[in-house]
Design a protein around this ligand. Sequence first.
Ligand code: AMP
Ligand code: MN
Ligand code: MN
Length: 324
Amino acid sequence: MKTSNSTFEEIGKILSSAGKVLIFPHVNADGDAIGSSAALCRVLRKMGKDAFILIEDDIAGNLKFLDDGLTTFDMDALDADVSVCVDCGETGRFPKRADKFMEAPVTVCIDHHGTSKGFCTYNHIDPGAAATAQLIFRLIKAMGVEIDKQIGEAIFAGILTDTGSFRYSNTQKETHLIAAELYDSGIDAATVAQEIFETMRMERLRIESRAIETMATLHGGKAVLAYVTQKMLEETGASMDETEGVVGQLRSIAGVELAVFMKEYGPEEIKVSLRSKKYVDVAEMSSHFGGGGHERAAGFTLRCSMSEAFDRVKEYVMNMAEMK
Ligand code: AMP
Ligand code: MN
Ligand code: MN
């Protein structure tokens, strides 16, 4: 059962009356999670609050420009009056920080995943929003804080990454309207895009090509599966976050409806990314495996070996009615 949404006015009031706030993006944070967190953290600091983004893994190299003393790994950085999770809707999405999150007397969830149920004191979950950053924009407006260049660029980064630079089907009129308004706060849109998409290391290109070589096709090329192992990362010198674009590249192949990319984080930890082009509901597929996400982008984690995970997912895809 979904809980009903609190308004941004209500959440704004809660944040305004707090002194210390901790922000929790999901693990392996993407541009939306970091951009949303950075924008909110800057706003709270502007209001004179003690605010930090608590993380549990390194920020991807191409997103580091959004962090300027905002993030911390220190669980004791502060005892928050309010914990806010952004771009995720369950403590399993920030496992090592879950207890810390729940310690706060008031918890808030701001998210756009339809699979999120609303587990916090106050929740605003809007699956219609292309990015959580759009919701953060609305929240900041409701709080009456001026959006400066840095806040604007963090929101823009979130929108840009979750919409594939305004290309994906989640992009709405409102997405463009918000982006347009951000120009009024002086954002340098081209520089943000360059930081995110055009600062690749050679190692990234090498791991992408290795991963794409593993591709298997099903249903006459309508579905593709590929993977990356720790060994492949060692051999290319790349890090796992540098494989983030692979699943989108797989989907971009002509005739592909469903792209599956499997990442070996550890011997028994396989994270699976799903993307679809037009009609397969990958949120449903990821829910089957205990994960979540959106209709066209979703993910889940399997606790088994890569070969077992590959077989399980392949079996599922072979039997998908929509693909036949
Ligand atoms: P990714 O493939 O990791 O980029 O994730 C695609 C989408 O699915 C993102 O919106 C994620 O937040 C969501 N997602 C990925 N993994 C999970 C998971 N294990 N549980 C819930 N949602 C997930
Ligand atoms: Mn995300
Ligand atoms: Mn998002």
